[in-house]
Design a protein around this ligand. Sequence first.
Ligand SMILES: C[S@@+](CC[C@H](N)C(=O)[O-])C[C@H]1O[C@@H](n2cnc3c(N)ncnc32)[C@H](O)[C@@H]1O
Length: 227
Amino acid sequence: MSFTLDKVVPWGRSFEEYVAMFSLTPDDLKVDILGCGDGPSSFNSVLTQRSGKVISADPLFRYSKAQITQRITDTYAEVMEQTRQNQHEFVWDSISSVEQLGQIRMSAMQDFLDDYEQGLVDGRYRDASLPFLPFRDGQFGLALCSHFLFLYSDQLGLEFHLEAVREMCRVAREVRIFPLLKLGAEPSGLVDSVRKDIEAEGYRVWITRVGYEFQRGGNTMMKINRG
Ligand SMILES: C[S@@+](CC[C@H](N)C(=O)[O-])C[C@H]1O[C@@H](n2cnc3c(N)ncnc32)[C@H](O)[C@@H]1O
């Protein structure tokens, strides 16, 4: 599937949401972290400010700050309207309204935009597309993937997911993926197959509950390591 800016709907989550989605402990945040498909989230920006070591890999990063800013401006109203229409798919608990959600997402994306050009210079934002990562075997302690794998289960299919998970396991000692839902807040039918195939290749796989649920039913992550 070719990647173009007009297919991206930028909608980045905050550092605090990443910590909750992946149950990240202070020790987790001390290892070298790779974020796959981080897009315009503020995870990289905030963790870097807190002296963490993180690289984000996403094909979005082939575009300039001006192009990404324009795309955020062009799509914001549409995303807000879609969220309003699909409010039943979400748990309005820690985020209490569509308007508050918009503020949290825009603030996270602004943090990302403010950091983006320096991050490109530092090599913290890398233009890369799963299932291929331009990194050494075992380069990272932890590889995260938020709202990309499993979310597009119907579009990307099982083979893509297996290749992507193997590649993340090649470059990191541990992999965490959240959520295990596909679009429409339905459970992804690929989770069991990915788990079975990856376990058969010698990895240990856990599905664990986390203290974050915004998409209704989206409160589990997949954790994979070599044991
Ligand atoms: C829904 S956004 C999630 C952004 C961020 N992870 C978050 O949770 O806020 C999905 C991201 O996946 C990125 N993406 C699309 N194709 C990709 C690929 N083949 N490999 C890695 N990331 C990809 C998109 O550019 C986009 O930034």
